[in-house]
Design a protein around this ligand. Structure first.
Ligand SMILES: Cc1cc2nc3c(=O)[nH]c(=O)nc-3n(C[C@H](O)[C@H](O)[C@H](O)COP(=O)(O)OP(=O)(O)OC[C@H]3O[C@@H](n4cnc5c(N)ncnc54)[C@H](O)[C@@H]3O)c2cc1C
Length: 304
């Protein structure tokens, strides 16, 4: 094992609170950064042989590792997986490219309709996994094809967007597959309009959501179809359900709901991740009690 630890520069006892957007999270047993497909293949030969579980991580903006930690290897992609290549009518984007970087690239090249990514703090890989979206856009509608790595067969596979079963905040989520890159549709537009739109959306975010706080974006998905009741129709969103279910005590403390947006929480740095989880459970219970609606988390919570 020592030889592989050296070869892949595997770190042990990796504190995820130092890197997660929430500044909270347990310890991962191992951490490793992989830069190309050859390394990736060799790493999985080693992990499979030693039955070491793994979790691919992007920018950690939607993931919380519980206090019990992750008894496996956290895998971060970089190097070849950070490339962006413009083709004739599409653009190939590595999964570790940050949304901000990609939207800036699109602006430079006059590619429109990716302005919304300017306001999301994830990576392209995380976006494909989550089917990220906002302001009327979802990444699923812009995918030509994706390239994945099968960690069991060690083979690379290409899938067209139509072959993936996307739904609201659920993207390509296959257990033993890693998203390597995506080919996105590249539509040309006016640079000035793109710039204006980026600015407008950024401003809209600032006005309506906490940006600087430790948070994970929207905590819960908006329920798809709500059962009609006396005072609620089926157009309600998660924040309205939360706001109408909880009392003022939920808006103060080391983890609290945002006064700007009730479907966002803000937490003190280095808070015990299990405290975050139980805060969310309390909200779920309150909403269930008041509206008989089960909220589903957007935040990915990992661990036992
Ligand atoms: C302030 C703020 C605002 C936000 N606003 C929005 C918004 O408007 N819309 C929205 O949809 N989301 C939003 N989010 C949530 C989050 O940014 C998105 O879900 C984003 O797509 C997550 O990307 P990430 O790289 O950080 O993923 P991570 O949190 O690192 O990972 C998320 C999941 O994806 C998996 N994953 C990541 N990369 C890969 C890969 N290469 N292969 C396989 N699996 C992978 C991980 O295992 C994990 O299960 C917001 C978050 C914050 C903090």
């Amino acid at each position: 094992m020592q030889e592989e630890f050296k070869k892949f520069n595997i770190k042990t006892n990796y504190d995820t609170s130092k890197v997660s957007w929430l500044k909270s999270g347990g310890i991962a047993k191992y951490f490793c950064n992989i830069k190309n497909v050859i390394q990736l293949t060799e790493l999985f030969e080693f992990l499979n042989k030693n039955k070491i579980p793994f979790l691919t991580i992007g920018n950690f903006s939607n993931t919380l590792i519980k206090s019990s930690g992750f008894d496996g290897l956290l895998l971060k992609l970089s190097g070849d997986f950070s490339n962006i290549n413009l083709n004739q009518e599409t653009v190939t984007v590595g999964s570790s490219v940050l949304d901000l970087k990609f939207s800036m690239f699109c602006y430079e090249k006059s590619i429109c309709d990716y302005e919304y990514l300017y306001t999301i703090p994830g990576t392209i890989g995380g976006n494909i996994f989550m089917n990220a979206g906002c302001y009327g856009f979802e990444i699923k509608d812009q995918i030509h094809k994706i390239k994945t790595f099968d960690t069991l067969t060690l083979k690379i596979q290409e899938l067209s967007g139509d072959e993936i079963n996307f739904s609201y905040r659920k993207g390509f989520q296959e257990k033993n597959k890693i998203i390597l890159s995506v080919e996105l549709i590249a539509k040309l537009g006016s640079r000035d309009n793109i710039k204006r739109r980026m600015k407008d959306l950024d401003q809209k975010r600032n006005e309506t959501q906490p940006r600087r706080a430790n948070c994970c974006g929207s905590i819960f998905k908006n329920p798809r179809s709500l059962k009609k009741s006396d005072d609620f129709d089926n157009k309600l969103s998660a924040w309205k359900l939360i706001q109408s279910s909880v009392d003022d005590s939920f808006y103060s403390g080391e983890v609290k709901l945002s006064k700007k947006h009730s479907n966002f929480f803000e937490n003190e740095p280095y808070i015990d991740p299990d405290k975050l989880e139980s805060f969310l459970k309390n909200i779920e219970e309150k909403v269930m009690l008041k509206h008989n609606i089960k909220l589903e988390k957007e935040l990915r919570i990992i661990g036992v």
